[in-house]
Write a protein of this length. Structure first.
Length: 118
């Protein structure tokens, strides 16, 4: 499975962006997909996830502002980001989690830069 993220850019504080992650290929073992972000010198931070059953999870700092969704017919994951803040500035990565038995594995897309100016 290859993941291709897009939609990043430069936006003023309070603005909106929608990230997309197009998946090519398929893996029936994928149980959830999500978005992570990373700033220089720090680890990846979970932003939001969505399971194959549609259950969503968000990190506290984005609750009420970001919405994760997916379109199975287009094999695409989205992250709608509203009311963006300068602290949301990061490289955003899409991710897919799967497992074979007890062994987890994952796919990563390339990052897309989001920059929020104050």
């Amino acid at each position: 499975v290859q993941l291709q993220a897009s939609g990043g850019g430069l936006v003023q504080a309070g603005g909106s962006l929608r990230l997309s992650c197009a998946a090519s290929g398929s893996d029936s073992r994928i149980s959830s997909m999500g978005w992570y972000r990373q700033v220089p010198g720090k680890e990846h931070q979970l932003v939001a996830t969505i399971t194959t059953d549609g259950v969503t999870n968000y990190t506290d700092s984005v609750k009420g502002r970001f919405t994760i969704s997916r379109d199975s017919s287009k094999n695409t994951l989205y992250l709608q980001m509203n009311n963006l803040k300068p602290e949301d500035t990061a490289v955003y990565y899409c991710n897919a989690q799967a497992r074979i038995g007890d062994v987890p594995y994952q796919y990563w897309g390339q990052g897309t830069q989001v920059t929020v100016s104050s």
